[in-house]
Design a protein around this ligand. Structure first.
Ligand code: TRP
Length: 479
């Protein structure tokens, strides 16, 4: 009976599409290219890929297992033992904070989408700013807040529809379409003069960034944060998804397909943006505005005219939908954590009310990100470094005090997620060493690479996480 209240995936395909849909989003299209751009290109890419293989896949498998085993979302830890409850709370807090800035960015993609739509019918969609629109939009506080509100409202309405009706329908068509348009733009960009440098930046072995050994740890930390974010790890989302998965499905296979697809999309985004930067003269290290700045050049200056408007519209429309599938998953985790708790207490939860309260709270927490112009200075709201009377972080990878987004990022990607992953690995490696294997063997599937996974949970992942946490703490105290 409880199952019915919580819902189950209609099909394996639906599960896969929803988890891929939640994984693929702004993390891939917006986050990955800009972090690669400011953290050494090839060097970042290599570290990222290694991290996904060594840590990302085992962690995803662990989360699917935990969810299916316990039949719950972030409450999984509490179900195993009261002692582990705090890991669940940490995991539940991350989606909350992440969604608060994610929705700001989703709102921005909606703004660009509408901008191109308006241009199609013959008006100026970018307030006379053309390809420099990004810098303008950041200071248009009213628009930023309005689009944040819109993104949150759309997310909330879908979540209120429940698991099946809401998420599944939405996810199936969008990812393939997004893949197609990415490839189309990649081909266009490839024909532009100067594109070759972008590929070199990504794929030509170059570790000059490590000349200073401390920057190795900086890149590792950034890449690890990006991995958590992009694979939606350590925040209960995959636990929740796993709990909706029936026992005969092959967990291990899914835990490979999802990171694999996610990484393909990140690479596609990189192969679209890096050459666009070199062809159109955008600095790889431009920071969080990189996607918007480079694509604006491609659509308005490169393609130009009606073609640029139509492709720009389609692109941002799909990116917006991809962002929304992620947002609904984020809000879903928050909502489900409360729904599950109330069910456990024998209450009859009001899903709609719970979603509404979270949506409003997240909107409010998101306001600083919408109002500080990403730390460009002199905006409606001061960025953390301005409040502290410090210099802006400047070039290189983000510092926690550069802007509110980076501050939220530091708390989640930088601290809570690595810490959650560390505790989960230790738990599954040492205390409950059979859990993942048994869960993966359900339904008669064989557990492959057992030896590796054992070492991964016990030693490899904990070591990586400790290094990441240490680097983060060091960066924090150096201000
Ligand atoms: N992985 C998503 C992306 O790349 C973002 C994300 C982070 C997310 N945490 C999540 C999505 C939790 C859904 C659920 O854009």
């Amino acid at each position: 009976m409880q199952e019915n209240k919580r819902g189950q995936w209609g099909s394996s395909f639906g599960f896969l599409m929803a988890s891929i849909g939640s994984a693929i989003g702004l993390g891939n299209l917006w986050g990955f290219p800009y972090k690669m751009g400011s953290s050494g290109g090839f060097a970042f890419l290599v570290i990222y890929l290694i991290l996904v293989l060594l840590a990302g896949i085992p962690l995803m498998m662990a989360e699917f297992s935990l969810g299916r085993k316990t039949g719950t979302g972030v409450g999984a830890y509490a179900k195993l033992s009261e002692k582990y409850k705090v890991i669940g709370w940490m995991a539940a807090f991350c989606p909350f904070l992440i969604l608060s800035f994610y929705a700001v960015l989703a709102g921005m993609t909606l703004r660009y989408c509408l901008g191109f739509l308006v241009q199609i019918v013959g008006f100026d969609g970018f307030s006379g700013q053309g390809s420099g629109f990004f810098g303008f939009l950041l200071y248009d506080t009213k628009a930023m807040v309005l689009f944040l509100a819109l993104a949150m409202a759309i997310t909330m309405i879908i979540v209120m529809g429940g698991v099946q009706g809401g998420i599944e329908k939405f996810s199936k068509a969008v990812m393939p379409a997004l893949g197609v348009i990415l490839i189309g733009i990649i081909i266009f960009v490839a024909t532009q003069e100067g594109a070759a440098d972008g590929y070199k930046f990504m794929f030509k072995p170059d570790f000059t960034i490590f000349a200073d050994p401390s920057s190795f740890f900086g890149v590792l930390k950034t890449a690890a944060g990006q991995m958590f974010f992009s694979l939606s790890l350590a925040m209960g989302i995959n636990i929740t998804f796993g709990s909706y998965l029936s026992k005969e499905k092959n967990l291990q296979k899914n835990a490979v397909i999802v990171p694999f697809s996610d990484t393909i999309f990140a690479l596609l985004a990189g192969m679209m943006i890096m050459p666009a930067c070199s062809a159109f003269g955008v600095d790889y290290g431009a920071g969080p505005g990189l996607l918007f700045a480079s694509m604006q050049k491609v659509f308005l200056d490169g393609m130009g005219g009606m073609v640029g408007n139509v492709v720009g519209f389609l692109f941002y429309f799909l990116v917006f939908i991809a962002a929304i599938t992620s947002s609904i998953a984020l809000l879903e985790v928050c909502t489900a954590s409360v729904v599950d708790r109330q069910l456990a207490k024998g209450k009859d939860p009001n899903r709609k009310k719970i979603s509404l309260i979270f949506a409003i709270a997240i909107f409010i927490v998101g306001l600083p990100t919408a109002m500080d112009a990403l730390g460009s200075g002199g905006a409606a709201l001061k960025a953390p470094f301005e409040l502290l009377g410090l210099e802006a972080g400047g070039a290189g990878y983000a510092m926690w005090n550069d802007c509110w987004l980076d501050f939220y990022d530091m708390i989640t990607e930088g601290v809570l997620m690595p810490l959650g992953a560390l505790l989960m690995s230790l738990l599954l490696g040492w205390k409950l060493p059979k859990l993942v294997q048994e869960e993966c063997e359900e339904g008669g599937h064989t557990f492959k690479f057992a030896g590796y996974f054992k070492v991964a949970y016990r030693i490899i992942i904990p070591i990586i996480m400790v290094i990441v946490l240490y680097t983060q703490i060091q960066a924090f105290f150096n201000l």
